[in-house]
Design a protein around this ligand. Structure first.
Ligand SMILES: Nc1ncnc2c1ncn2[C@@H]1O[C@H](COP(=O)(O)OP(=O)(O)OP(=O)(O)O)[C@@H](O)[C@H]1O
Ligand SMILES: [Mg+2]
Length: 324
């Protein structure tokens, strides 16, 4: 049985179709990501799955249950991190954990002082701190901890690492992998391409309430990302003494110089002098580029290959950039 199944989900706010006929399935034990820009409909979708918003159409099953009708039963088995949450200022971290744990029939797998939960989230020494004295990133990590106190079968994480510094973000990714290793299914939303690419087994790309593509990051990149980028800065080698440094007569300039290389689809000349070749077969383009450069006396400074990313997938699907 799928951990989550959604069919033709629709949610309107007045004239806005925030979620416009979305269907997908999440398998048990996977980390599934909903990736999309601001306003794409991620929070609306996830809150329909959590039973917090009432859809206008479609069918949802979460762990085999109906999120509205079977709300109490479902609540015991899932964890929820909302995009915006606030706790009372004068509750201590330890008290918040106890309070949340008391809402569930089942006991989580964590130690008496929540070591297994707090240490990986960098909060082990914060048990007695008041909520209001935590930094924004610490509050965010506490909200993740609170979603996991009872060891849920499935956890919903809306904007998992927004506001976290890069080091904390990586630590959270590692912890989410650990949680999944223990059998928890993870459903998250993000607008960070890197997060989707590094963490998720499968990703649904959501834009303007519709799913544009769904698959593993590698599948999506192979299908829609298309080309790798070969980047370098061409420099004329110092000519041997005695010979002139002027270009050879008839030598092509600008982008045209590189366009004839095998498998090159496009050439971009950057303002800083770097050249970007978009290639469908980077190894062949690279070999030809190096031969060409040697025979013409060019140095290829800073030469490197960048493979396509989910950013390229989003650009290919929407014509817009998704900056995360
Ligand atoms: N309660 C509401 N009332 C009216 N419109 C809403 C409401 N909630 C969301 N919307 C609208 O629905 C659309 C989708 O919003 P949603 O919050 O689901 O996007 P999101 O993908 O989570 O964006 P973000 O990345 O900014 O969190 C937006 O156009 C938003 O303005
Ligand atoms: Mg949101």
């Amino acid at each position: 049985m799928a951990a989550i199944s959604v069919k033709d989900l629709v949610k309107r706010y007045g004239p806005i179709r925030a979620v416009d006929g979305v269907s997908f399935e999440v398998r048990p034990g996977e980390i599934f990501g909903l990736l999309g820009p601001n306003g794409a409909g991620k929070t609306t979708t996830i809150e329909c799955l959590e039973g917090l918003r009432v859809p206008d159409g479609g069918a949802i099953r979460v762990l085999g249950l109906d999120p509205r009708r079977d709300r109490y039963e479902l609540h015991q088995r899932i964890g929820v991190q909302l995009q915006s949450t606030a706790l009372p200022d004068r509750i201590r971290v330890g008290e918040a954990l106890k309070l949340f744990a008391s809402l569930y029939r089942r006991r989580g797998p964590w130690g008496r002082r929540w070591e297994g939960l707090l240490e990986p989230l960098g909060l082990a020494d914060k048990l007695r701190r008041y909520y209001h004295s935590l930094s924004g990133g610490q509050k965010q990590r506490l909200h993740i901890a609170l979603a996991l106190v009872h060891g849920p079968d499935l956890v919903f994480l809306d904007e998992l690492t927004t506001g976290l510094d890069p080091q904390a973000r990586r630590a959270v990714w590692d912890f989410i992998q650990t949680i999944r290793g223990r059998g928890t299914t993870v459903f998250l939303t993000t607008h960070y391409m890197e997060e989707a690419e590094r963490l998720c087994d499968r990703v649904a790309v959501l834009d303007r309430g519709k799913i544009l593509a769904l698959g593993s990051p590698q599948e999506l990149i192979a299908r829609f990302g298309g080309e790798s980028r070969i980047v370098f800065r061409p420099l004329r080698q110092r000519p041997p003494s005695g010979s002139g440094s002027a270009p050879e007569p008839g030598e092509r300039g600008g982008a045209a110089r590189w366009e004839g290389l095998p498998y090159v689809r496009r050439v971009r000349l950057e303002a800083d002098g770097r050249v970007v070749l978009y290639s469908t077969k980077s190894s062949a383009t690279l070999a030809a580029l190096i031969r060409e450069a040697e025979s013409r006396g060019w140095d290829l400074e800073e030469l490197h290959v960048q493979r396509a990313t989910l950013e390229d997938v989003f650009l290919a699907l929407t014509g817009r950039e998704l900056r995360g």
